[in-house]
Write a protein that binds this ligand. Structure first.
Ligand SMILES: *Cc1c(COP(=O)(O)O)cnc(C)c1O
Ligand SMILES: [Zn+2]
Length: 411
C-alpha cells in the first residue's frame, strides 16, 4: 500500500493532511468540496503492480490502505473480452467488454466498497452506512457481512426488488425512504453524522474512487497499454471519476505515456452530469447540478450527482466527453449485448454499448480507435426490467412432437 500524501479539495485546491477529514473540505462544503486522494507518484512505478494476486489489492502501490485490513470477499480481477465482430461491423480498430458485473455482489460498486470497508476497519469505525439506488447498498451490505460489521442502508422505496433482496439476505439494516435517491442520500449523511457511522455513499466518500480506479489498472495491465477510449455509465459520477483517475495516475507515475479519452454515458432523462460538463466547457459553474431524473436505468437515475465536480474535471482532463442515450436505446443495447456476447447487463451496464453506437455514427470514434466498454452491473439485478418487452417462451406439452412444432417455427 501507499500512504496517501494528502487529501485535496476538488474545488478550492486546499490540501489536508491525509486522514484529517473523512469526507469534504469544510470551506466548500458538500458536494463542491469533495476530496481527491493524492500520492507520491514518483515512489510508485517500480513495484507496481504486485506480481501476484487476482484482486484489486494487486494495485496496493496506489491504494490508500493495505490488504491486511480488507475483508475476504474478492473485488476486482474481472474479465476483459475482446469483441472483434463489433470492431469489424463498426469499422474500429478494436472493441473490448470489461465485465465488471462479475464481482461478489454483481456490480462495479464492489471495488469502491472493498477499499472503503478496509479503510473503516483501519480507522476503527464500528459501523458503516450509505445511500444507494441499489447496487452500492447491496455491495456494502455484502462486504459488511463478510467483515461482521453492522451497516445501515438508505434506498429509495422504489429500488428494484432483487437489489433489496440482496440487502435482506446480507442482514443489513435497511431503510426504504419514501422519496427519491437524492433525498435518501441527504438522510443517510445526516444519520451518519448523528450516529457516528462511516458513510460509503458515492461521491461523498473519497475512498470509493480509490477502489473504482482499479478497473483502469486492470484494463491497462491486460492490454499491455491503454486503449484509445473507454466508455462507462454515469449517475453520481464516482465510477467515471475513478476510471479517469486510474488512467491519469498511470501517466503520473510514468507507467503509461498517454491517457485514453474517457466518455461518460447518461440517460437522456437523467443527465445532470452531462449538462454540468457542457456548462464547464462554456466556462460556467459546474454547480449546482440538480435536475429531474427519469429513466428505466435505475442505477444511473440521479438528479443531484454527488461527485459531479470530480467527474467533470477528470473527464475533461482525459479529452473525453459525455453522451446521453434514450431509454429505448438502453433497452435494445442490453438485448443486443446479451445476444451477441453472452454478457447480460442491466440497462445502466449496457449504456456504454448504446453510446458506442452513437459515438461511432457521429464520427467521434474512427478506425484508429480501440474502445473498452465497461459493463457495470448484471442483468440479474433487475431481470424483469430488461426483459419485460421480450416475448414469453412457449409452454409446450411434454412430448417430442410439441418440440418439433416449435423448432420448425424457429428455422
Ligand atoms: C453505480 C453505477 C453506475 C454509475 O456510477 P456513479 O458513480 O453513480 O456514476 C453505473 N452503472 C451501474 C450498474 C452502477 O451500479
Ligand atoms: Zn475547498
Amino acid at each position: 500500500m501507499a500512504e496517501p500524501k494528502s487529501f485535496r479539495c476538488v474545488t478550492c485546491g486546499w490540501e489536508f493532511a491525509a486522514w484529517s477529514v473523512d469526507y469534504f473540505c469544510p470551506r466548500c462544503g458538500f458536494p463542491a468540496g469533495n476530496l481527491e486522494v493524492l500520492y507520491d507518484y514518483a515512489q510508485v512505478s517500480r513495484s507496481f503492480p504486485k506480481p501476484s494476486g487476482f484482486s484489486l489489492w494487486r494495485y496496493g502501490g496506489l491504494l490508500p490502505v493495505g490488504e491486511e485490513h480488507a475483508v475476504r470477499l474478492r473485488a476486482g480481477g474481472t474479465p476483459l473480452y475482446s469483441w472483434p465482430a463489433a470492431a469489424e461491423e463498426l469499422g474500429l480498430r478494436g472493441v473490448w467488454i470489461k465485465d465488471d458485473s462479475l464481482q461478489p455482489t454483481a456490480s462495479c460498486k464492489d471495488r469502491g466498497t472493498a477499499v472503503a470497508v478496509a479503510v473503516a476497519r483501519k480507522l476503527g469505525r464500528k459501523a458503516l452506512s450509505c445511500a444507494s439506488t441499489g447496487n452500492a447498498a447491496s455491495s456494502l451490505a455484502g462486504f459488511c457481512a463478510a467483515g461482521g460489521i453492522p451497516c445501515y442502508i438508505f434506498v429509495p422505496k422504489n429500488a428494484p426488488a432483487p437489489k433489496i433482496a440482496q440487502l435482506l439476505a446480507f442482514g443489513a439494516h435497511v431503510f426504504r425512504v419514501d422519496g427519491t435517491y437524492d433525498q435518501a442520500f441527504a438522510l443517510a449523511l445526516a444519520a451518519s453524522q448523528e450516529f457516528g457511522w462511516y458513510n460509503r455513499s458515492d461521491g461523498l466518500n473519497p475512498m470509493v474512487v480509490e477502489g473504482n480506479k482499479t478497473v483502469s489498472f486492470e484494463i491497462w495491465e491486460e492490454l499491455g497499454e491503454v486503449p484509445e477510449a473507454v466508455v462507462v455509465a454515469v449517475g453520481d459520477g464516482a465510477v467515471v471519476a475513478g476510471v479517469c483517475k486510474g488512467f491519469l495516475e498511470l501517466k503520473e507515475a510514468g507507467l503509461s505515456p498517454r491517457v485514453p479519452r474517457v466518455f461518460g454515458v447518461q440517460a437522456e432523462g437523467a443527465a445532470a452530469v452531462a449538462h454540468a460538463f457542457d456548462r464547464f466547457r462554456r466556462g460556467e459553474p459546474i454547480l449546482p447540478a440538480e435536475e429531474p431524473a427519469e429513466t428505466l436505468a435505475d442505477s444511473i437515475r440521479v438528479g443531484k450527482p454527488a461527485d459531479v465536480v470530480k467527474a467533470v474535471k477528470y473527464v475533461a482532463k482525459t479529452g473525453g466527453g459525455f453522451v446521453t442515450v434514450s431509454d429505448p436505446e438502453l433497452l435494445s443495447a442490453a438485448w443486443e449485448l446479451a445476444r451477441k456476447t453472452g454478457v447480460f447487463a442491466e440497462p445502466s451496464g449496457a449504456a456504454p454499448y448504446a453510446a458506442l453506437l452513437r459515438l461511432r455514427k457521429e464520427g467521434v470514434f474512427g478506425e484508429k480507435d480501440r474502445v473498452v466498454l465497461i459493463v457495470t452491473g448484471s442483468g440479474l439485478k433487475d431481470p424483469q426490467g430488461v426483459t419485460r418487452a421480450l416475448p414469453e417462451p412457449p409452454v409446450i406439452r411434454p412430448d417430442l412432437q410439441s418440440v418439433r412444432e416449435v423448432v420448425e417455427k424457429c428455422s
